[in-house]
Design a protein around this ligand. Structure first.
Ligand code: FEC
Length: 316
């Protein structure tokens, strides 16, 4: 049977492989401008704090790529189409461009690119896709790029399960579910995205609202808030989770659940910003605070990705 092979470029933020690689990684994030020694030390300290300088994002990305490959293989068993996944990282090797070059070397002429982040912003998913398309054009590969998959019913279901499981844990602590405030969050971006009519805030709000609807939460039981804003002179979208938490604590809310729906893996922005910083703040304010599990390589999430890839492949 004649085989049609479609390359799948799976893109993720990327994380250093060792403590020595933090500096080039951070320099790349800063578009080539090396961090000041104190900025570098601060980032090193954060990585040390999460799990003694291990970099969990790499393992999760590797597993997600393998899981997506397995989900796609299952769908194409017995057909004349096959998908082959390649990894491309934003800030560290193998870079997005390396993934596209590897496809070209394997003779691939048509491909789909997808980012391991469900919500579209021109500054996040848009910039991954732009780099992928530019390299694909150079290599003579026809490429379709998935923009977002933030309202896929199975994604909403996987998050609903995670929030629900923690609401039960609060109940076990003696808190009625109605007393728990669910704080959906995502990485902040500079406020200038609002002038570009960027869909990022609306997509994040839509995912949060869909999960809340599935759970039957009233409007007062949840809210969306930002996290992990950069320390730059430009203003970033807020309120930050630290302000939200402090404000709610002042209003007497004693139970808060963090659901970082803008991310898909356990990594620095979850394990440091939420599990260390936000947890410490909650303790100091006498708030009972928990966080949902992340998606990582959950089979439901792998099927969401596979649906998005197959959907875009049909446009090739
Ligand atoms: O675990 C890890 O090693 C990596 C964790 C990590 C993820 C991540 C995701 C996103 N970021 C987004 C936007 C920005 C913007 C800047 C920025 C800076 C950093 C720094 C680190 C870092 N980010 Fe990140 N991000 C992760 C890690 N990020 C480290 C540098 C130090 C710091 O500011 O904390 C600011 C760049 C600049 O200076 O101009 C903007 C967005 C996402 C979610 C979507 C995605 O995954 O691509 C948006 C994971």
């Amino acid at each position: 049977m004649a085989q049609r092979t479609i390359g799948v470029l799976v893109m993720s933020y990327g994380t250093p492989r060792s403590m020595d690689e933090i500096e080039p990684y951070y320099t790349h994030i800063r578009r080539g401008s090396p961090p000041a020694p104190e900025q570098l030390q601060e980032l090193r300290d954060r990585y040390e704090a999460i799990v003694g300088g291990v970099f969990p994002l790499r393992e999760h990305t590797d597993r997600q790529v393998e899981g997506l490959q397995a989900a796609l293989n299952e769908r194409t068993a017995g057909s004349d189409v096959r998908y082959v996944c390649y990894q491309g990282l934003k800030h560290v090797q193998p870079y997005i461009e390396d993934g596209v070059v590897a496809m070209a070397r394997d003779g691939i002429t048509e491909a789909v690119s997808i980012v391991l982040a469900p919500h579209y912003s021109v500054m996040s998913v848009g910039s991954y896709n732009k780099r992928a398309q530019e390299e694909a054009d150079k290599q003579g590969i026809r490429m379709q790029s998935v923009k977002s998959y933030h309202l896929h019913p199975t994604l909403v279901e996987a998050w609903t399960e995670r929030v629900s499981e923690q609401l039960t844990a609060f109940e076990q602590d003696g808190a009625a579910q109605a007393e728990v405030k669910v704080l959906f969050s995502a990485h902040s971006l500079p406020t200038r995205i609002l002038e570009m009519n960027d869909p990022y805030p609306d997509e994040l709000h839509a995912t949060s609202a869909a999960i809340a609807t599935q759970l039957g939460l009233s409007d007062g039981q949840w809210q969306f808030t930002w996290q992990s804003a950069g320390q730059t002179a430009t203003p970033w979208l807020g309120p930050d989770i630290s302000e939200t938490l402090a404000g709610l604590a002042q209003q007497g809310v004693r139970h808060m659940l963090s659901a970082p729906i803008g991310f898909v893996s356990d990594h620095l922005e979850v394990m440091y910003d939420l599990d260390i910083e936000t947890t410490q703040q909650a303790q100091s304010l006498n708030v009972n605070y928990k966080r949902t599990r992340m998606l990582n390589d959950d089979s439901k999430f792998m099927n969401v990705l596979a649906d998005a890839v197959v959907g875009d492949a049909s446009k090739l």
